[in-house]
Design a protein around this ligand. Structure first.
Ligand code: ATP
Ligand code: MG
Length: 543
């Protein structure tokens, strides 16, 4: 990436910082590499990402030990050659002594797996001694075979020894963020914790336009708190606002609900499990008309069949059962409310029942955003709810929802749009006319901090609150809009905890009269401010 293109990258990132900041998000910078195990668990061992796309390595500097081992595993030893075996055994035992010493010194991992590997090597060697002797007496093929097998056992055990931790370049950001949430006890922070990060991700894929092995994501996650549909809608509103600010061309938001994966009562599958059963049965019936990939997925992950881009499968897929017909009451209600909340926010979407995430802990809301000018790699953002993930990684039960934007594709699409403007006068749409005020300062008990907390009660007040949040954010203020109505006392407590400086109180009286109540939390002073003047009032007071 070279100038002047990097200018565009910086502006995109700056715009994300500004927009996300106004929604109360703070930046997190997770490491670029983490234990492979973390990604295997969080992303799932059966996914393409983990099974074949990760860049993994063993983190150690013992080149000689590795070369020595390579020598030992490539050596051949004949069953009928006692002196050859003796030499080999000696060499292996010397090697084991060094490994043991390194382990005791804490230079290589003293793990149960490593201890087991050493024991396995010694055991195989002992048996090889006997097998070799018996082969010399009998000279049967079976004896030779036994000897060879034991030799293989030695080599495999040697190979399984780890000189260091196995690490991977991160293929995505959610796993690391959830790990950090647990490690830094962020469940103690005022909920929900809203985090974003930028940076490179790595996947060993076939490179093509919009698909690279090192690519960049802009990632945002909301962790903890409730799973109120208003949160889902707000996260989606935020990314759509960001794209609108950039004037990203041809933006299309698709949404779906994939239900939840819990078991039903009395052994009867419900919701997603019931759907997967029905889907699998339907797929079995048309198996011979499907491609090899989809055939395999009937067993491993039938939901992924819906993802298929294969032309010949499209007609078949159109006739498959739809998840919407299988959602349980709670999931159905949640989904309906997400859609209503999107409508309240004026966010346009289309429903796509084929939009799925193939992993168990992804649940309910899923969404994908596409843009123009990208050919077949046209997804610029994917996201969804993942309430089970933090717990799966060893943390407390925690609600979670987030998204990842493909920054390379976002930039490509913006550049395409630039070409579309014939005059060549195209200016970056994202040059901000009113640079927002600085979004700095954390919450008292840790966490991210807010300028304004909007306390609202009642249906009409929510509509006003959503509109107010938009105006205040436009003006660069960091706003927390609770997803559900709260009693004002509770709301003010929450505002305090978040470190908000002002609370905007919207009850029925305020909405009817257009005179809003603004409370300065530091001194408790309360004032009525006209609806039209609120932004200016807050901006003046804030500095
Ligand atoms: P795709 O279906 O395009 O492979 P994905 O489902 O693998 O996407 P996610 O893991 O959801 O993608 O990542 C979110 C976004 O990151 C995608 O929508 C896309 O914009 C971007 N992205 C994913 N992989 C790559 C890549 N190899 N190169 C560039 N961008 C990528
Ligand atoms: Mg992919």
């Amino acid at each position: 990436m070279l100038p002047p293109e990097t200018e565009l990258w910086n502006r995109v990132e700056q715009t994300a910082r500004e927009v996300f900041g106004t929604y109360g998000f703070g930046e997190i910078r997770p490491p670029i590499f983490e234990p492979t195990e973390l990604f295997a668990r969080a992303v799932g061992g059966e996914t393409d990402i983990v099974s074949k796309e990760m860049y993994s390595f063993e983190d150690h500097g013992f080149i000689e030990l590795e070369q020595w081992r390579a020598g030992l595993i490539t050596r051949s030893v004949g069953a009928g050659l006692p002196s050859e075996f003796e030499k080999y055994e000696k060499s292996v035992l010397a090697y084991l002594d060094i490994l043991s010493a390194r382990m005791s010194a804490g230079e290589v991992p003293k793990t149960p797996e490593n201890e087991k590997a050493l024991v396995a090597v010694r055991n195989c060697l002992k048996e090889m001694n006997q097998a070799g002797a018996s082969f010399l007496r009998t000279q049967t093929g079976a004896g030779e075979f036994a000897f060879e097998n034991l030799l293989k056992g030695v080599k495999q055990a040697l190979l399984s020894f780890r000189f260091g931790d196995v690490l991977s370049l991160r293929p995505e950001a959610t796993a690391g963020i959830c790990r950090a949430y647990i490690e830094h006890n962020m469940q103690q922070w005022p909920a929900p914790v809203k985090l974003y990060c930028f940076g490179p991700m790595f996947r060993r894929e076939r490179p093509q336009k919009g698909r690279y092995r090192q690519f960049y994501q802009i990632d945002a996650e909301v962790l903890g708190g409730s799973d109120a549909p208003g949160i889902d809608a707000e996260v989606i509103e935020m990314v759509m606002t960001f794209f609108a600010k950039l004037e990203l061309p041809g933006v299309l938001l698709e949404i779906n609900s994939i239900g939840h994966s819990g078991a039903g009562t009395h052994g009867k599958a419900v919701c997603r499990r019931a759907y997967v059963e029905a889907l699998r049965a339907a797929l079995e019936k048309v198996k011979d008309k499907l491609g090899a990939d989809s055939q395999r997925r009937i067993e491993t992950n039938p939901l992924r069949v819906l993802d298929s881009k294969l032309e010949s499968e499209q007609g078949i897929i159109a006739g498959l059962p739809k998840i919407g017909d299988y959602l349980c009451e709670e999931c159905k209600t949640h989904y309906a409310e997400v859609k209503r909340q999107l409508d309240l926010r004026g966010v346009k979407y289309v429903e796509n029942w084929r939009l799925v995430r193939g992993l168990d802990y992804y649940m309910r809301t899923t969404f994908e955003i596409t843009a123009r000018g990208l050919g077949s790699q046209n997804a610029v953002c994917g996201g969804g709810r993942y309430d089970g993930l933090v717990e799966l990684l060893g943390g407390p039960p925690t609600k979670g929802i987030g998204f990842a934007i493909g920054e390379d594709r976002l930039i490509l699409s913006l550049q395409e749009a630039r070409k579309e403007v014939a005059s060549g006068e195209w200016r970056l749409a994202i040059e901000t006319k009113n640079p927002p005020s600085k979004t700095e300062g954390g919450a008292p008990g840790g966490g991210i901090g807010r300028d304004v907390y909007i306390a609202w009660m009642g249906e009409k007040a929510q509509v006003a609150a959503i509109a107010a949040a938009r105006r205040l954010r436009e003006a660069g203020l960091r706003v927390e809009l609770p997803p559900v109505a709260q009693k004002f006392g509770k709301a003010l407590g929450q505002a305090d905890k978040l470190g908000a400086r002002f609370a905007l109180i919207l009850g029925e009286d305020e909405v009817a009269s257009g005179q809003w109540t603004v409370k300065t939390l530091a001194d408790g002073a309360q004032e009525k401010v006209g609806e039209a003047d609120v932004v200016e009032w807050l901006q003046k007071k804030k500095v």
